[in-house]
Design a protein around this ligand. Sequence first.
Ligand code: SF4
Ligand code: ZN
Length: 322
Amino acid sequence: MKALAELNRNFREIELKEVKKPRIWKEKELLNGKVANVMVIVLRTPGCYWAKVSGCSMCGYFKETYDAGYDEIKKQIDEAYKKYEGEEIVKFFTSGSFLDEKEMPRDLQIYAIEKFSKAKKIVIESRPEFIKNLEWLQGNIEVAMGLESANDRVLEYSINKGFRFRAWLKNAKLVKKHGKKLRVYILIKPPFLKEIEAIKDAINSARKVADIADVISFNPVAIHGKTIVETLWNRHLYRPPWLWSVVQVIKETKKFYDGVIKCDVVARGMARGAHNCGKCDKKILHAIEEFNLKQDEKIFDGIDCDCREEWLDFLELEEYMI
Ligand code: SF4
Ligand SMILES: [Zn+2]
């Protein structure tokens, strides 16, 4: 949609700071049914080409990028390696596509993967258009691909994702054909959807990738600065998802999906992130974290709060709103 693309492009015209250090943190995640240590490395690269063309309505990651050259990125990989403590999983994020050679030249992609070859699994992210011949990707690689929604109308009019589900699926199948694992990101509550529509959209999207995804990772929308979603939120035209909605998406997906379900809640419990009433947020966020590591939906049983009724009323009332 032209208007959405144009509006988004305007946000990208901010001046980017030169940040030369990779952002690194450690976390835990399931690996072959066991809790494993994870090192996450956000490399500062020129970033996502799509964010420069127009970009997705909820994405502010372009602010983490700058025009880093070959040597600078290599230095960042070396710097990250100094902090490597043998974590079983290493995730490389570039605020774009690891496989885009304009962001990460092929030699650097190989360099990064070889450097961390002791890890049992390396996760990289890519838009579908960069999935081509993956034979050169050695080791246990998992390719994470943002689908966000399997509904073309949502992809075009809510997210401005720049591809359709069919094109995404074709490239996702290529990942599997090359013997790599596939992680699929699905967005919970893209803009311009009612809460109930967003719940259904996330579940339907999961259903459509259930037979090829090794991991489904739900991302409840958080309000990033300088985005369309932030503009809507500032005008009270958008509310990030309720945590009850997030729990419902997880529980419903668990009924038909055997792979690993993950959910990372950013801006946890705050106005800019998925939240409930404020009293029960911590409890639910904790349960989601526990679910990520145990995959047991019974964790959510017995969690209740007065705001659950409010959420149910909201779902119903919104149906009558324009
Ligand atoms: S969400 Fe991904 S594809 Fe969209 S602009 Fe951000 S980095 Fe690029
Ligand atoms: Zn509550």
